[in-house]
Design a protein around this ligand. Structure first.
Ligand SMILES: [Zn+2]
Ligand SMILES: [Zn+2]
Length: 179
């Protein structure tokens, strides 16, 4: 059986092994290892992770039920400002005593490692398109200001393309900001 590298997410279950019906509760407060997320939002390294776990001894393994809370950070896909989102997920997983196709996880010697279970649940809960708020209308396609910060923002109608060609010859640019 592979030896387990101990982290704050590994729990000693020696007192529960093969004692079906026994149970206890454990709390974990640990910094996130980092890399929990998708391309646009995630739980950064050292972000505090809080886990309230309940461990129950079964005939074929240890059942772990837990509530996990932390904070994910990323940026709004529309206006690019920083967004912060509370993460609250529940996990329930059996760590089997023996390698068995029915179970994804197993007890290593006298420990269970919650990290992959918690990581998967957290990552699955994250949005692929985080927004700062549902009403976010993004950035002005012409000048890039954040439209929520500039209600009523608009530009004068674009110059007739025949004249803007002449403007270009005269050294003018079309990026002059008009508000
Ligand atoms: Zn936004
Ligand atoms: Zn604009």
């Amino acid at each position: 059986m592979a030896h387990l590298k101990k982290t704050p997410f590994t729990l000693d279950v020696v007192d529960l092994l093969h004692r079906p019906g026994d149970m206890r509760e454990r709390t974990i407060d640990a910094p996130a290892p980092g890399g929990w997320g998708n391309a646009v939002i995630g739980v950064r390294a050292d972000e505090p992770i809080h886990i309230d776990a309940r461990l129950e001894s079964l005939h074929d393994g240890i059942l772990v039920s837990a509530d996990v809370t932390t904070v994910a950070r990323g940026e709004c896909v529309r206006c690019l400002i920083d967004v912060e989102q509370d993460v609250e997920v529940e996990i329930q997983e059996v760590f089997a005593y023996s390698q068995d196709e029915a179970f994804d996880y197993e007890v290593h010697d006298t420990h269970v490692d919650l990290e992959p279970v918690v990581r998967d649940a957290v990552v699955l809960s994250l949005p692929f398109q985080p927004v700062c708020q549902d009403e976010c209308t993004g950035l002005c396609p012409q000048c890039g200001v954040r439209l929520l910060d500039h209600p009523g923002h608009e530009h004068e109608a674009p110059v007739d393309p025949r004249w803007s060609a002449l403007g270009g010859l005269a050294g003018l640019t079309d990026t002059d900001e008009k508000r």
